[in-house]
Design a protein around this ligand. Structure first.
Ligand code: DGL
Length: 262
């Protein structure tokens, strides 16, 4: 099956690794809408129009048979519309609020995302459903998307930004941070170094791949060395240049290293 993963930029690569290892016999397309990244600080109408164009390209030109919206922001504003337009399995991503609350019912949970996701009705409905004890706090971290796209993952600027954004919260009261943007997974090492050890990470990456398999009628295998092939696109253009492909590979290796951090 031809499965496309779509993100505003390279954040979706943090989902691609799982998907390619869990479904090594499928054929993947990865679409990073880097002409328009970041999405999270744009208007909802702009993001909807970018997502429409990306889906048109992936379904009509590249014959994708299933699409994972590996972007919480795009899911928040466009998943329902895309499902009404295309009759193929479409899997979205939502901040892992339920997972974090289920793991600890007493301490607080810090849910991070882009400004669109954090303001979005979808997230507020999710929180109303699961956060009966009012344990969730919200924190938009838009600059992490810019840092990631620039490949600036570990630097005094990144650390200072995170320290400043975390300062209003007494993190010793929190059980988890929810990574509600696929770009944020690239910063787990810096976050780990400034968060209390007792705080854990929650993301929806594994769950998204399971959901893809279920909706597409595929069977996942235990993740091993085998990995599915993948073609990369930058907005509507196929990436063929050795330098850009090497850059993507280095993002993928970083994503894999970050997966090992609890
Ligand atoms: N990676 C995206 C997400 O999961 C969006 C980042 C952006 O473009 O602002 O929300």
């Amino acid at each position: 099956m031809r499965i496309a993963l779509f993100d505003s930029g390279l954040g979706g690569l943090t989902v691609l690794g799982h998907a390619r290892r869990a479904l090594p016999d499928e054929e993947f397309l990865f679409f990073a809408d880097r002409d328009h990244v970041p999405y999270g600080t744009k208007t909802v109408d702009e993001v909807r129009s970018f997502v429409r164009d990306a889906f048109r390209f992936l379904v009509e030109e590249e014959r994708a048979e299933a699409i994972v919206i590996a972007c919480n922001t795009a899911t928040s504003v466009s998943a329902d519309e895309m499902r009404s337009l295309y009759d193929i399995p479409i899997v979205g991503m939502e901040p892992a609020v339920k997972k974090a609350l289920d793991a600890d019912r007493t301490r607080r949970v810090l849910v991070t995302g882009t400004p669109i996701t954090v303001r979005g009705e979808k997230l507020h409905r999710l929180i109303d459903t699961y956060d009966a004890n009012h344990l969730v706090d919200l924190l938009p971290l838009p600059r992490l998307v810019e840092f990631a796209e620039r490949q600036e993952f570990v630097s005094p600027r990144v650390e200072e930004y995170l320290r400043t954004e975390f300062r209003p919260f007494d993190l010793s009261q929190y059980s988890a941070i929810v990574l509600g943007c696929t770009h944020f997974n690239f910063f787990k090492d810096t976050m780990r170094s400034i968060m209390p050890q007792a705080m854990t990470f929650a993301d929806g990456n594994d769950g998204t791949v399971e959901e893809l398999a279920r909706r597409a009628g595929l069977k996942t295998v235990p993740e091993g060395a085998r990995t599915a092939r993948c073609t990369f696109f930058r907005s509507g253009r196929r990436v063929t240049g050795a330098e850009e492909l090497a850059r993507i590979e280095s993002f993928i290796s970083r994503a894999e290293r970050m997966e090992l951090i609890d």
